[in-house]
Design a protein around this ligand. Structure first.
Ligand code: ZN
Length: 211
């Protein structure tokens, strides 16, 4: 039996090939149950990698999710995109809302595409995978939004139904975000349109670079 590090590295290479993504630098390190993408490299914690023999689908999904962030250059372009958003939205809307709304879209996109790519489309299975690494507090939408994440339930509902984050879907989620975070109706449309415009422009640019 191969050790977990070899197994995880092999799975990672396999996913890069299947997703047609040039293999980025990859490391297994640190504690906790987490995987993340920073400046073009992907890191998975040791404890998460060790789950490969017991929770294969969780590890596979989370690696896919991070590769999708990489595909769209979510962390690389984050600062530039947020900088532009800072000047294009009414200044009385707190900067925090812009950051969180923006992150919410990148997370939802990576989740929907990550589950779709792996064909994990059953609501119960998605919830099980989410719960295997996430704090149960992420079931609460108000808390999830505070972190710039969709709730576990939203991820399960959207990822089971859709293959991609469409504009219509993004609008629906941003509308809900505005309601939950109490962004005034008068500001809402501008806020949503500006957030989407920024997201979409770079979304298209990135696709040209990567596909
Ligand atoms: Zn993510």
């Amino acid at each position: 039996m191969k050790n977990y590090k070899v197994q995880t590295k092999e799975l990672f290479e396999e996913l890069c090939m299947e997703m047609k993504i040039k293999k980025p630098p990859f490391r297994i390190s640190g504690g906790g149950l987490n995987a993340f993408e920073r400046f073009g490299r992907i890191i998975i914690t040791k404890d998460l990698a060790k789950m490969i023999s017991t929770n294969y689908r969780t590890v596979r999904y989370l690696l896919t999710h991070e590769l999708i962030h990489l595909k769209y250059q979510d962390s690389k372009t984050r600062v530039a995109r947020l900088g532009i958003l800072a000047f294009s939205i009414p200044e009385w809307i707190p900067f925090e809302h812009r950051v969180k709304a923006y992150t919410l879209l990148t997370e939802l996109r990576a989740s929907i595409e990550g589950y779709s790519f792996n064909k994990y489309k059953e609501i119960d299975e998605i919830i099980k995978i989410e719960n295997s690494t996430k704090d149960p507090k992420f079931f609460n939408k108000e808390i999830a939004y505070k972190y710039g994440y969709p709730s576990t339930e939203q991820i399960a509902n959207y990822a089971s139904k859709y293959e991609k984050l469409t504009e219509e879907l993004a609008r629906e989620v941003l509308n809900d975000f505005c309601m939950v975070r109490k962004i005034k109706d008068a500001d809402k449309d501008k806020f949503i349109n500006k957030t989407l415009a920024r997201f979409r422009v770079l979304f298209i640019d990135n696709r040209k670079d990567n596909l």
